[in-house]
Write a protein that binds this ligand. Structure first.
Ligand SMILES: CC(C)(COP(=O)(O)OP(=O)(O)OC[C@H]1O[C@@H](n2cnc3c(N)ncnc32)[C@H](O)[C@@H]1OP(=O)(O)O)[C@@H](O)C(=O)NCCC(=O)NCCS
Length: 245
């Protein structure tokens, strides 16, 4: 059973769930009880308590939330994993539901839609990092040039806009770092619409994907990549009172 009010997931909508991963210790066993044997083994391998609990909460609530869209209980959901580890609902083609999850610090962001694979990334914006050095390591030439054009106050925002947009796209296609980070370009300047603007491995990709900037609490940045053009974004908040079943 789950206790989330049902709300239909229409074609062209993306439901975004922001989840606090800091659940009181007495809420953990119930969420652990929803996990598969493999997921419990994975949790056991995480030696440090906080990240272990965060994994259990993210997986447990992922199961509860997905189950609210389906006639299946949270513990009965099955996942398939892509060649680079992307989880999808087993039989996603018949349910039509695709999701992607991202976590950073004590927050997780879950994106759910119908029909198309989706990618999402949330990052904690950390001040004082050497942004240009990181950009030169991870970004494409076009992105590095765009970052160089920004004044000092805009560099942090530009850097995280780029990072989250790149990662959301990589997570949507499911390849992770198997796709070279300098093989594709996203926008990052404040005046530019979020977008995938170059893909040298498959130029038609720029027509296929939209990048959406997601409003998240101060100190975080987030983006999603979707094949819906101008999707309707529906924010849904997991209430902490509901975190124990
Ligand atoms: C999984 C990956 C795609 C993202 O990892 P990450 O940034 O540590 O983590 P996030 O919190 O955003 O996402 C993790 C979740 O994505 C999902 N996931 C796992 N593999 C995935 C894949 N290949 N594609 C899409 N989603 C994936 C899982 O739900 C995972 O949650 P879990 O760890 O609780 O099972 C990682 O393999 C990767 O390639 N990271 C790139 C990191 C990087 O250098 N980025 C630079 C961007 S400029």
């Amino acid at each position: 059973m789950n206790n989330i009010l049902p709300r239909p997931l229409e074609l062209g909508e993306i439901h975004l769930w922001l989840i606090s991963l800091d659940v009181a210790a007495d809420g953990i066993p119930a969420l652990l009880g929803l996990l598969s044997v493999e997921e419990r083994r994975r949790a056991e391998r995480i030696r440090i308590l906080k990240p272990r609990n965060h994994f259990i909460v993210a997986r447990g609530l992922l199961r509860k939330i997905l189950s609210s869209y389906l006639p299946i209980s949270p513990e009965e959901l099955d996942f398939d994993y892509g060649p680079h580890g992307k989880p999808e609902l087993r039989n996603a083609d018949s349910s039509g539901i695709h999701f992607n999850l991202s976590h950073s610090s004590n927050l997780a962001l879950l994106a759910i839609n119908r029909k198309y694979p989706i990618g999402v990334d949330i990052e904690t914006a950390r001040y004082g990092r050497s942004f240009m050095k990181l950009a030169e390591r991870f970004f494409s030439c076009r992105e590095i040039d765009d970052l160089h054009d920004l004044d000092e106050e805009s560099v942090l925002a530009g850097f995280y806009a780029c990072w989250t947009r790149k990662e959301a796209y990589l997570k949507a296609i499911g390849t992770g770092l198997a796709t070279p980070l300098n093989a594709f370009d996203v926008t990052l300047k404040p005046e530019a619409t979020p977008a995938l603007v170059g893909q040298r491995l498959d130029p038609a990709e720029t027509e296929r994907w939209s990048i959406i900037e997601i409003k998240v609490p101060a100190g975080y940045r987030a983006a999603a990549a979707t094949q819906w053009i101008a999707p309707r974004i529906v924010f849904r908040q997991w209430q902490s009172d509901d975190q124990t079943p």
